[in-house]
Design a protein around this ligand. Structure first.
Ligand code: DGY
Length: 334
């Protein structure tokens, strides 16, 4: 008789070789059909499972945690983990992990792409051309805002924020930032970045990029009152999470030209997008793809799998998941 393997759930389709790797240790309930599991389906599929490889869109809340006494590990394939009720997981002794570092540079690259596209009206230009509106050259056709030589504001100076600051050096930009805590002097010097208050950041940035985590505190960190403090020539880029920006207020501000333009990769209530954002011309919209390069998505899936295998005390790193967000649970287990 063979030993029964512990059961886990992988909530969405991922690379088949990652499923195979997990199957060496676990009985894997996969979802390679890629059905979106609502909270009822998630609860049903998680019954009897000891671990889950989740996606940032899977809400694992206190109620679900309470209904799953056998659950021991929740491993997000995302650096953000606002989909998890961390206090509830920690109280229940469930390890939670994320996928930092492996996506930093790819996400910062995309932030740069969104900044350039927004400031220089790249998608608007393409729509104009495809619509057959391009009849002749004119001095003021689709003029935008310069990126080189301008002032970049970064709200949230973690790994991705620092990646953006490094890129800004090549564009001869002045870098300002605001963060929960100020960076050490040597890091600030190496990034050529200056800490300012949130109000100064709003008032002085030519381009403001949001890369802070979503939480109750950062909900609507940028709403009508904040946008009113920005320059009318400024651009706003949201690379972080929907809900940090009040999307309705932003759409109204864009329509009234209170700021020049916005670039958004994340939305409140995504994959739904506020209907007003779909009709204003001065916004670049992308479907939450900042970390979407082949190499990075593979690295994220493998790191999430490494975490799950180790958190469930098997594999080469048994008991030592590499990127835990509630280390107190691991400490209690020892
Ligand atoms: C992340 O890793 O948090 C990205 O936003 C993908 O969800």
């Amino acid at each position: 008789m063979t030993d029964m393997k512990p059961s886990i759930l992988v909530t969405r389709a991922i690379f088949p070789d990652v499923i195979e790797r997990l199957a060496q240790y676990f009985d894997v309930d996969d979802n390679q059909e890629d059905l979106v599991l609502d909270s009822g389906a998630l609860r049903e599929r998680l019954a009897g499972k000891v671990g889950v490889l989740a996606n940032a869109a899977d809400r694992i809340d206190g109620e679900l945690v309470g209904a799953l006494p056998q659950l021991r590990a929740v491993c997000n394939m995302a650096v953000g983990y606002n989909n998890l009720d961390l206090p509830a997981l920690t109280a229940a002794g469930i390890v939670a992990t994320n996928t930092p570092d492996v996506l930093t540079e790819t996400t910062a690259d995309f932030g740069w792409a969104l900044l350039m596209a927004t400031a220089r009206r790249v998608t608007e230009g393409e729509h104009y051309l495809r619509a057959g509106k391009w009849e002749r050259w004119s001095y003021d056709m689709l003029v935008g805002m310069d990126v080189q030589g301008s002032t970049l504001g970064i709200l949230g100076m973690g790994r991705i924020g620092q990646g953006l600051a490094r890129r800004a050096a090549g564009f001869d930009m002045q870098v300002l930032y605001h963060n929960r805590s100020q960076l050490p002097d040597d890091v600030e010097r190496s990034l050529n970045a200056r800490y300012v208050s949130k109000a100064e950041l709003l008032q002085q940035s030519d381009h403001l990029i949001l890369v802070l985590p979503y939480s109750v505190e950062s909900h609507h960190a940028i709403g009508a009152a904040e946008i009113a403090q920005m320059k009318p020539t400024a651009t706003l880029i949201n690379l972080a999470r929907g809900g940090i920006v009040d999307d309705a207020a932003l759409a109204a501000a864009l329509r009234a030209r209170k700021i020049f333009a916005a670039g958004l990769d994340v939305f409140e209530g995504e994959p739904s997008v506020h209907p007003d954002l779909l009709t204003v011309p001065n916004v670049v919209l992308t479907p939450h793809i900042a970390s979407a390069s082949e190499k990075t998505r593979r690295a994220m899936a493998n790191l999430a799998a490494d975490n799950l295998i180790a958190a469930l005390d098997v594999g080469p790193q048994a008991g030592k998941p590499p990127t835990v967000v509630n280390p107190e649970v691991m400490a209690r287990r020892r």
